[in-house]
Design a binder for this molecule. Structure first.
Ligand SMILES: Cc1ncc(COP(=O)(O)O)c(C=O)c1O
Length: 277
């Protein structure tokens, strides 16, 4: 696999970064994952805009326009029909000190991965989830590589035979380990509002826009675990998940126990959009 590391194009087994890199030592790094459909990036502009916000929140100074050139060259060199781009920027390498050392050269790593034989069975038949207390920090809108709680939650879900974990702060449902969450009740879509408790998902926004086009009402307002369990439909959205229905949570059946018609309409509209690229 071809990897871009700080201006060099290398094979993945030749690519290295310093053990002092602050991404490695402090999770002092941000990232993006961008989907590739039909050899083209899906909303690269929106991902780069979010990356700009993440970089600015951490006060890492990188010219995002030059990153866009890297992303485009990567896809050019590594022609991929269906796949994803991973792009990570850390503050750079420095002696291990707390505080924010100035004048570092950020570490930029990017690669493209093909997705052949992608398993879409969850999108077709629906997944099972558990609830997991959201003990992450209060800056979940920044897409940092500090994903340990997400990994613990997903690991717990898998160990219980579920597919994912749904985070909640007290009774309020926030999002899932790598996706945003929507419920459908009486024909209206509900999802947690943007802010510091969730990642402002690109797919979440696309789904809201598609819902508007389909005249499906959307309310960006918090809902409880109880409301989730009483929903007619439930689905997760994300770059990799796209729109994935969930039909069981904590062993309780959601709606009719199968992907519902609002979810199906949105899935169809989403796949039309990705096919039209
Ligand atoms: C915690 C979290 N929420 C939501 C999302 C979905 O965001 P997007 O649709 O931009 O992939 C992700 C994606 O990685 C995520 O990690």
């Amino acid at each position: 696999m071809l990897v871009y590391v700080n201006g060099q194009w290398l094979n993945d087994n030749e690519a290295t970064i310093s053990i002092l890199d602050r991404g490695f030592v402090f999770a002092d790094a941000v990232y993006e994952v961008v989907r590739i459909y039909n050899g083209r990036y899906f909303y690269l502009d929106r991902h780069l805009q979010r990356l700009k916000q993440s970089l600015s929140a951490l006060r890492i100074d990188v010219d995002v326009d030059s990153l866009e050139i890297v992303c485009r060259e990567l896809l050019e060199r590594n022609k991929t029909d269906q796949g994803s781009l991973y792009l990570q920027i850390s503050r750079g390498a420095a002696q291990r000190v707390h505080g924010l050392p100035q004048g570092l050269t950020p570490t930029v790593v990017a690669y493209v991965k093909g997705l052949s034989n992608l398993d879409t069975s969850l999108q077709e038949s629906g997944g099972k989830a558990i609830f997991y207390e959201d003990t992450r920090w209060f800056m979940c809108n920044i897409k940092t590589v500090g994903l340990l709680i997400n990994c613990l939650a997903k690991g717990e879900a898998l160990s219980q035979g579920a597919d994912d974990a749904i985070f909640h702060r007290g009774e309020i449902v926030t999002e899932a380990t790598s996706s945003n969450i929507f419920i459908v009740k009486n024909g209206t879509l509900y999802t947690h509002p943007n802010g510091n408790l969730i990642l402002p998902g690109i797919t979440r926004q696309v789904v809201i826009e598609l819902a508007h086009e389909l005249q499906i009402p959307v309310e960006e307002k918090p809902f409880t675990r109880e409301e989730l369990l009483a929903a007619d439909e439930l689905f997760l959205t994300g770059t990799m998940a796209e729109i994935t229905p969930y039909v069981k949570v904590e062993g309780r059946t959601i709606g009719e126990g199968k992907p519902g018609c609002v979810t199906r309409r949105l899935q169809d509209a989403f796949s039309q959009l990705t096919r039209s690229l």
